[in-house]
Design a protein around this ligand. Structure first.
Ligand SMILES: C[S@@+](CC[C@H](N)C(=O)[O-])C[C@H]1O[C@@H](n2cnc3c(N)ncnc32)[C@H](O)[C@@H]1O
Length: 232
């Protein structure tokens, strides 16, 4: 049975009983398209900033020369520890890419995180980020923010980035149903949870499919952002 932490982000092998099976599979598919389009420098360096279990490392390792997973203290899998002040030990203008998947909502100082990203990125570098619009509370170890599309664009623009791609994944209706599922899931006896979440997935998918893309780009469960730092 998935724990709350298993439900946080994108793993590539989700069981048919996983309560996030539909949405995490879709996010992964969309994100891989964004990676394929934007990560083109095979001799490049990529920083996974808030790496967790690095669910995209296998996919991305062959696309870049160097992949560095950085995380706060406590993550033994990380290649590099983020300093207690939230910064990385990297020099200015060193990274071609930063990926940040389901991290921004956990970060206490969003301006510091984005400015640090801009600092380590090269002038032509890119950040590829996902974060949540409509999603349940999930501390890891903290959980501070949910974004509207307009608010998320604003924090990027206010912190030295120009957005080159912005996309919502998981429509309002689908996320409404997912929250309904979340509301019941943890209250159900354990032996019913798997069957309940498996039965919910086709309905979440159906609710997602009937929504228009331009609405989902404004109001979504996940946002995918690609942005470049404004550097002279
Ligand atoms: C939901 S997990 C996502 C992990 C991974 N990126 C993924 O996609 O599975 C959130 C991650 O953000 C990290 N994190 C929390 N606070 C952070 C901070 N201030 N700076 C950088 N990373 C942070 C956590 O340690 C955790 O690995």
């Amino acid at each position: 049975m998935p724990t709350n932490n298993d439900m946080l982000s994108g793993s590539n092998k989700l069981s048919i009983f996983h309560p996030r099976k539909y949405i995490l599979t879709k996010v992964r598919k969309e994100l891989q398209k964004v990676f394929d389009k934007n990560i083109t420098k095979t001799d490049g360096m990529l920083l996974d900033y808030g790496c967790g279990d690095m669910p995209y490392r296998n996919y991305l390792s062959s696309k870049v020369e160097k992949y560095i997973g950085a995380d706060i203290e406590g993550n033994d899998k990380a290649d590099m520890l983020i300093l207690p002040n939230g910064r990385t030990p990297l020099a200015d203008n060193t990274s071609d890419y930063v990926i940040s998947t389901s991290v921004l909502e956990h970060v206490p100082d969003v301006a510091l995180y984005l400015n640090e990203t801009a600092r380590v990125l090269k002038k032509e570098g890119l950040i590829i980020l996902t974060t949540h619009g409509i999603w349940m509370y999930h501390p890891h170890p903290t959980d501070f923010w949910r974004w509207t599309s307009m608010g998320l664009k604003k924090v990027f623009e206010d912190n030295n980035f120009e957005i080159v791609h912005f996309q919502g994944v998981g429509s309002r209706a689908a996320m409404g149903l997912l929250l309904f599922q979340d509301g019941l899931y943890f209250k159900l006896p354990v032996f019913i949870r798997n069957i309940f979440s498996m039965l919910m997935q086709p309905f979440i998918c159906l609710f997602d499919k009937v929504s228009k893309k331009n609405t989902t780009d404004k109001d979504a469960g996940f946002y995918i952002v690609v942005a470049k730092p404004k550097k002279l």
